[in-house]
Design a protein around this ligand. Structure first.
Ligand code: DGL
Length: 267
């Protein structure tokens, strides 16, 4: 009979992919995942009650991230995407050791395509103070130091605008103007959006930096890698039925959930 042929793996294929960020930023990664794999089910969890992560200590971010991922796996996620550069640099290596059988995908600043985009281009990497401080980023930077002029730019205070749903205001534009004041924009070739919140202010950034500056985000690469890992594990849902997306947020406010839906719709 048919139901006897439903194996554990087939049941698991229906399980959601957990997508996690310190807040609403990871929705820029969820958007890329949906483009790459519209048939999957997604559980998006934002830890806005504890945001920002980028100005916390390594230990704090590590223990928050591990606690969330423990719960996603306990509750049946078939894979986990840590859609936060900060949490990835703090905890993904440890999580992979803890859960070797679970596809666990992190995100890192898309420095490679930016550094290879021209002849020794000038590249700014925008990220949280913690991402820039961590060894993972230093290793990444070292790999491309010979082919590009790379300037790390910590951006404390920027994620808060997006977290509050402010992606188009005069205040935001002034914040970005001040951030880039020390740089000669004419000489700038590329900017890496090394925090998953930042793609939501791409339009404002283009206004401040000029259309000639290329912006790079890590979401699409992370989505391709997630698909590759699921396929390798035989866990792709397949078929042609569209998957479901549901949002959860530690801030427990309806407003936050509405912001999640708005960001996904508008992006
Ligand atoms: N979205 C997170 C990232 O990609 C960081 C935001 C925060 O500081 O919490 O790094």
């Amino acid at each position: 009979m048919n139901f006897l042929r439903v194996t554990g793996t087939e049941l698991k294929k229906e399980a959601p992919i957990a997508v996690f960020d310190s807040g609403v930023g990871g929705i820029s990664v969820l958007r890329a995942l949906l483009l790459e794999m519209p048939n999957e089910n997604y559980r998006y969890y934002g830890d806005s009650a504890n945001a920002p992560y980028g100005t916390k200590s390594l230990e704090e971010v590590r223990s928050l991230t591990i606690a969330h991922v423990d719960r996603f796996i306990r509750e049946g996620a078939k894979a986990v995407v840590v859609a936060c550069n900060t949490a990835t640099s703090a905890a993904v290596r440890l999580l992979r050791q803890k859960y070797p059988a679970v596809p666990l995908i992190g995100i890192e600043p898309a420095l490679k395509p930016a550094a290879l985009s021209g002849n020794h281009p000038n590249v700014i990497v925008m990220a949280t103070p913690m991402t820039i401080r961590e060894q993972k980023f230093h290793n990444l930077m070292e790999r491309y130091m010979n082919v590009a002029h790379i300037i790390p730019l910590p951006c404390p205070g920027l994620m808060e605008y997006i977290e509050h749903g402010d992606i188009h205001s005069m205040e935001l534009e002034q914040f970005l103007e001040r951030l880039f004041e020390p740089f000669d924009k004419q000489k700038l070739d590329a900017v890496v959006l090394g925090c998953t919140h930042y793609p939501f202010v791409s339009k404002e950034l283009k206004r401040v930096l000029g259309e000639g500056v290329q912006l790079y985000e890590g979401g699409p690469g992370t989505a391709r890698e997630t698909k590759r890992r699921l396929s390798e594990a035989g866990l792709l849902r397949g078929g042609c039925a569209k998957g479901r997306v549901w949002f959860e947020n530690s801030a427990c406010s309806k407003e936050k959930l509405r912001l999640c839906e708005r960001l996904l719709r508008e992006s």
